[in-house]
Design a protein around this ligand. Structure first.
Ligand SMILES: [Zn+2]
Length: 465
């Protein structure tokens, strides 16, 4: 698979540095509010990259952080208060309870739009010691300085600062001239806080060598990525709005502390626009994934809608297009239910293999899902490929698409009493470790034209065609 690397500004082949497992880190949600569907598009990017790589047979380890401290301090309100602390006031819960509530909601929403769970969701608040350790290293190496309990990164000590975003230090200094609220303790206006001194009455604070305080936003991603996937890893994803300052600062921290390149490929997803307006959290038009469901739309139709736009481009959202995607999804699922009853030739015909090659090429080409959907639509209406083959190809491709295309085919099929009996007998045989008996029943089910799967909940069967 090739991906556009925001750092080199080129499309590059993904080659795991350890030659075995692709390691990927995605900037995750801030958890003091619900996640709107615009952000969900950027979280879907990591899921699609992982699915695309697995489709090619690559192993992937994917980490997505949960920001439950730090980021909020950069998003102070007009009254200068931390948003997590405002949520605590509004909802009468502790910061931990707020964090848990919105983490659970995020995961439930992510499930609804077909984002498979990451391998790990580390929480920022669980990694403060690791952050302090990196900050100490940066102080030792002369990349940071402390003023009255707050530690800043000295951007002038990192000559490559700006290499990701193109924001040079000179341009940043010029841009800050009019900044009336400049922090007088900073040596350069682009210097950023690694650690902040806790003010009076602050709830979320930790002891540190510089006194009680709390981490800046960017340091959490340096700490959690390097702890969980190492000081040299393959892919880092985020939204376009993370590129600067968040990822620029992360590079300065991680590379400043380790003295080496840490991330190979930086991938950034485009915004979602609603009626031409960027879906900012402050805007009125925030919609949660569950809002889609309440409007009678399958949240996976939103996923399908996203495939019409290349991930790096901004995407315009409107309800009409979503309704269209919803109808299209249902129509494909209905046809899949019909096709599931047709025989599936082995091997696939030349024509079907041609479609498969084109689909795989599109996915591997910097996740060109608009092109992959062109191939899919051609296949669906192609008179040259049999229904059984269409079913076989689409169920294969759904590993990348995650649209649950087999839903109606699955629901339309009912196992007979005889099959249910055999499944029960097999599970009993397995639970008493009688593997000869369980294998015999498995062979009988296969002879009946079924696919037999071992799941955590026991034997599952479905028609193999
Ligand atoms: Zn991040």
């Amino acid at each position: 698979m090739r991906l556009y690397n925001s750092l080199s500004r080129q499309v590059e082949e993904v080659k795991p540095v350890d030659e075995r497992t692709v390691k990927m880190y995605s900037c995750g949600p801030t958890v003091y509010r619900y996640i709107h569907i615009g952000n969900m598009r950027s979280f879907m990017l990591g899921d699609l990259i992982r699915r695309g790589l697995r489709f090619e047979g690559q192993d992937v380890r994917w980490i997505m952080n949960i920001t439950d401290v730090g980021h909020m301090t950069d998003e102070v309100t007009d009254t200068g208060r931390d948003k997590m602390e405002l949520a605590v006031d509004d909802e009468g819960l502790t910061p931990q309870q707020i964090g848990q509530k919105y983490t659970d909601a995020f995961l439930a929403d992510a499930d609804l739009v077909g984002i498979e769970r990451a391998d790990l969701y580390p929480r920022a608040s669980d990694h403060v010691p690791e952050m302090i350790e990196i900050i100490q290293k940066l102080l030792e190496k002369g990349h940071a300085y402390e003023v009255d309990g707050t530690v800043y990164y000295d951007v002038t000590t990192f000559p490559q600062y700006g290499k990701l975003s193109g924001n040079t230090l000179d341009a940043l200094r010029a841009g800050h001239r009019q900044d009336t609220v400049a922090d007088p303790n900073k040596r350069h206006p682009a210097d950023f806080a690694l650690w902040k001194k806790a003010g009076p009455g602050r709830l979320l604070k930790w002891p540190s060598p510089w006194g009680d305080g709390y981490p800046g936003w960017h340091i959490e991603c340096s700490a959690m990525s390097m702890k969980h996937i190492g000081e040299r890893f393959d892919i880092h994803t985020g939204g376009n709005d993370n590129k600067f300052p968040h990822h620029e600062d992360e590079i300065a921290q991680s590379e400043g502390a380790t003295g080496q390149q840490v991330v190979s490929i930086w991938v950034h997803g485009g915004f979602l626009q609603m009626g031409g307006q960027k879906m900012a959290k402050s805007a009125q038009n925030i919609r949660r994934v569950t809002d889609l469901r309440d409007q009678g739309v399958d949240p996976l139709a939103y996923r399908l809608l996203c495939f019409a736009t290349r991930y790096r481009s901004e995407m315009d959202f409107n309800w009409d297009a979503l309704q269209g995607a919803n109808e299209r999804l249902t129509s494909i699922r209905k046809r899949m239910a019909d096709w599931s009853k047709e025989p599936r030739p082995e091997p696939l015909s030349e024509g079907a293999q041609g479609f498969d090659r084109r689909f795989r090429d599109a996915v591997a080409d910097d996740l060109d899902l608009p092109q992959a959907m062109v191939v899919l639509n051609e296949l669906v209406s192609s008179p040259a490929v049999s229904g059984g083959e269409k079913y076989a190809l689409l169920s294969l491709w759904d590993a990348v698409l995650g649209l649950d295309l087999m839903r109606l085919a699955r629901e339309a099929w009912e196992p007979s009493e005889e099959i249910n009996d055999l499944v029960r007998q097999r599970d009993e045989a397995r639970s008493r470790k009688d593997y000869a008996a369980s294998d015999a029943i498995r062979r009988r089910l296969i002879d009946m034209g079924l696919e037999v799967m071992d799941t955590a909940k026991g034997t599952r069967v479905r028609p193999s065609g």
